[in-house]
Design a protein around this ligand. Structure first.
Ligand code: SAM
Ligand code: SF4
Length: 325
């Protein structure tokens, strides 16, 4: 799949639910209204869509949400999608808050998942409870251990938030390194109405890098994953730190992905409302129509998002939990 700007699209982020068992203040409002369950694609429909996308050249699928592991029966879906590995699909992975990994890691590994991202913004229990509005740090830490024991490689992802976890990021990097895990740092994006003052919380990652360099030797690395992180080797630890800088250093020219919401709405860009609706097309069973809709999406895929750290109001009313990270 080639988009209207000549970029090859071979990566899909597939949200399986917009629901979550946490309420991170930068992601969700406390009183979120979620999509009606009847509007979600069922597992047969998701599998059909995934097979179609793999036939069209998709090589990596990342399950996300909301919290992907809270969708009822999700391990069945992961097993179905795992069957595409080696048959066109090169990687099946997920982004999770980690709360359910203690129960699910074994089956995720058995389905072919070898690498996941776990979101963890702080190692302080009280801070975690404030930031996520749930006291679940213990379960997340158990989940991380369980996934590692099951043989799944982990990158920890943390959103850098001024006044919340900026004093803790060097310690978080050291904690990850002790466990042989890479750390991905993310700039908060202005999506959806939330209680957090995003303008005040904005923290350019160049500042964080300077802070990390007081304690670690960071060497620019050629390492790439399918995502937009720019990596540095941490010479002192043998691990890596990745910087995801949607606001301070735009990376859209190398965009390789589209995002599918749990309802079958496909978005060309996280920062725009350009989309096509696939659910009814999938239900009607038309492969030609499916291709035509995907081609429309690709032709109109925006060149870049226009996030602006100077504005306090959201760029879009859609929350991050609809499309996932
Ligand atoms: N629930 C899962 C999790 O937290 O990993 C998957 C979905 S979550 C929306 C995916 C990633 O997006 C997480 O790493 C989260 O920290 C990040 N995220 C959520 N809202 C964000 C925002 N407004 N700006 C930047 N990252 C955000
Ligand atoms: Fe849930 Fe992930 Fe959003 Fe936190 S970032 S509220 S864990 S979807």
């Amino acid at each position: 799949m080639i988009d209207g700007h000549g970029r090859t699209i071979d990566y899909v982020r597939l949200s399986v639910t917009d629901r979550c068992n946490l309420r991170c203040t930068y992601c969700m409002a406390e009183d979120m209204v979620f999509l009606p369950r009847r509007d979600l694609l069922d597992f047969e429909e998701i599998e059909l869509l995934a097979r179609h996308l793999v036939r069209r050249g998709v090589r990596r699928i990342r399950l996300t949400g909301g919290e992907p592991l809270v969708r009822k029966g999700v391990l069945d879906l992961v097993a179905r999608l795992g069957c595409l590995l080696g048959d066109g699909l090169e990687e099946l992975t997920l982004t999770t808050n980690g709360t359910l990994l203690a129960e699910m890691s074994g089956q995720l590994h058995a389905a072919g998942v070898r690498r996941i991202n776990v979101s963890l913004d702080t190692l302080d229990r009280q801070r975690f409870a404030q930031l996520t509005r749930r006291d679940e740090l213990g379960r997340v830490l158990q989940g991380i251990d369980a996934a590692r024991d099951a043989g799944i490689a982990i990158r920890i992802n943390a959103v850098a938030i001024r006044g919340v976890n900026d004093d803790e990021l060097p310690d978080l990097l050291a904690w990850c390194a002790d466990r042989g895990m890479d750390l991905g740092l993310i700039e908060g994006m202005p999506l959806g109405d939330v209680a957090l003052d995003r303008q005040a919380a904005h923290l350019p990652l160049s500042e964080v890098r300077t802070q990390l360099e007081k304690r670690f030797t960071l060497v620019p690395s050629l390492h790439r994953t399918a995502g937009p992180a720019r990596y540095y080797d941490v010479a002192d630890t043998g691990t890596r730190v990745g910087f995801i800088t949607p606001l301070s250093d735009n990376f859209c020219s190398a965009c390789n992905r589209i995002r599918i919401a749990a309802t079958g709405t496909v978005y060309g860009c996280l920062g725009h409302d350009q989309k096509v609706e696939l659910r009814d097309i999938i239900r009607a069973g038309g492969e030609t129509e499916l291709d035509a809709a995907l081609d429309r999406l690709l032709a109109g895929k925006p060149l870049r998002h226009d996030f602006n750290a100077e504005r306090s109001e959201p760029a879009l009313s859609r929350h991050m939990s609809v499309t996932g990270g």
